[in-house]
Design a protein around this ligand. Structure first.
Ligand SMILES: Cc1ncc(COP(=O)(O)O)c(C=O)c1O
Length: 425
């Protein structure tokens, strides 16, 4: 199915925003440019009309009577579509409230259930080690920290200057009996893509279960959990032109998970609570765009690569904070010497450009990005960095306007800095 969007033809993001997004949180006026798609994405064209239609299916999907049937069908259809999008079987999809909950369910749910689940020859309950990378999202990092209270030993694998994982350390870590590995598909700040298929194989050879936080993958890469070989994988709808409040965890058939939320038998007992039918239906509706992802990822990559070249040429003393190789097609983390990222962000915001200095959930924190520090950047280098993430609707014209404004802003901030320095001489 081809989604009823005008994105594929004209790439006019402004018209998408004006027509489809009544949210006051998404810039409405055409003089604003949104370059923070890794934080969240605008709603897809056509979705609002569907939401109005689905709102008539207001019943409880668990009701046996007539008003439960329509929402139940919406859930069933969404489950089939999302399963197809990620390459899973519908029964392997557990809907959650988003990526953070999916990550919590994967890690805590696995920890809770492993006393009874087994891998050939070894009981996972006897293994206390969980492996994560040094650049995981806080919803993984803080969850494994929490699990140390319950006997889990956490081993953190470092990354190199390009943000790529250290596979030798990983192989070394796997020599210690490991219950679970949790490594993200792609980093939300730098876009660096990890070799998930290879890492999963290594984990399985060592008898461990593999969880992948694939929240940043939807809409940017073709996802195939079976090909990757992972046992668990997390996804979030609002990173893929859907609504906030829906996401899912892929749970490989046969893997036991303890529910985080106890109550009714929804999601086959793996997540109690009446489902967020509209947000889940919206996630399913977007999943129909699966056949467009490859083409759109290619288009974003071409645009992003051209954008980076222009940025580097026009902004002196700047560099990209990640490997040129395996990277999400929409993400740029750029370091600009002599500039404070937060100050730059505020100046760009006032000029109508939405960018970020790191993960949206740590925005406002005076601390430099832990991801960039883990890559070996100094505090100063990390603090002079900014993340730019484009989307399906971003236009070349918007990026050209951004570069113009950035150049002027950087010049102004550098002159101010020099003037202050002179005063102190
Ligand atoms: C890699 C990654 N994992 C998890 C999350 C959390 O997802 P959600 O906002 O749906 O809770 C995010 C959100 O930024 C993310 O980038």
């Amino acid at each position: 199915m081809r989604l009823e969007t005008n994105l594929s033809h004209s790439w006019t993001y402004d018209s998408v925003r004006r027509t489809m997004n009544p949210s006051p949180f998404i810039p409405q006026s055409s003089d604003r440019v949104y370059l923070d798609h890794n934080a969240t994405s605008p709603l897809a064209l056509g979705l609002v009309e569907e939401l109005v239609r689905w709102s008539r299916s207001w019943g409880n999907p668990s009701s046996i009577h007539w008003d439960g049937r329509a929402p139940k069908n919406l859930l069933r259809e969404a489950r089939q579509r999302v399963a197809k999008l990620v390459g899973a079987n519908p029964l392997e999809v557990v809907f959650t409230s988003g990526g953070s909950e999916a990550n919590n369910l994967a890690l805590k749910g696995f920890h809770g259930a492993r006393a009874v689940s087994e891998v050939p020859g070894e009981r996972l309950a006897d293994r206390s080690q969980f492996i994560v990378s040094a650049v995981e999202h806080p919803s993984v990092r803080k969850t494994v920290d929490y699990l140390t209270r319950w006997g889990v030993q956490v081993r953190v694998i470092g990354v190199d200057r390009d943000g790529q994982i250290d596979l030798d350390s990983y192989a070394e870590a796997l020599k210690t009996p490991t219950a679970l590995v949790s490594v993200m598909y792609a980093n939300n700040e730098t876009g660096t893509i990890f070799p998930i298929q290879k890492m999963t194989k290594m984990a399985h050879e060592a008898g461990a279960i593999f969880h992948c936080d694939a929240v940043q993958a939807l809409g940017k890469a073709v996802v195939d959990v079976k090909k990757w070989g992972v046992d668990l994988a997390s996804f979030s709808a609002h990173k893929f032109y859907g609504l906030k409040g829906a996401g899912c965890l892929y749970v490989r058939q046969g893997l036991q998970l303890e529910s985080l939320i106890h109550g009714g038998g929804q999601e086959r007992g793996r997540r109690a609570g009446t489902e967020n039918v509209m947000a889940i239906a919206a996630m399913g509706w977007m999943a129909q765009a699966a056949d467009q992802i490859e083409e759109r990822a290619g288009a974003m990559k071409a645009l992003r690569d051209e954008f980076e070249q222009i940025l580097l040429a026009r902004i002196s003393d700047s560099r990209i904070n990640a490997s040129p190789g395996k990277r999400l097609p929409n993400t740029t983390s750029i370091q600009i010497d002599g500039i404070d990222g937060e100050t730059l962000l505020m100046n760009l915001d006032m000029a109508g450009f939405a960018v970020s200095t790191g993960a949206a959930c740590s925005a406002g924190s005076p601390e430099p990005s832990p991801v960039l520090l883990a890559m070996g950047l100094s505090r100063k280098e990390a603090q002079s960095s900014m993340r730019l993430s484009i989307g399906w609707g971003t236009t070349r014209e918007e990026l050209a306007r951004f570069v113009e404004t950035l150049q002027v802003t950087v010049q102004r901030l550098r002159s101010l800095r020099d003037a202050v320095k002179d005063e102190h001489l």
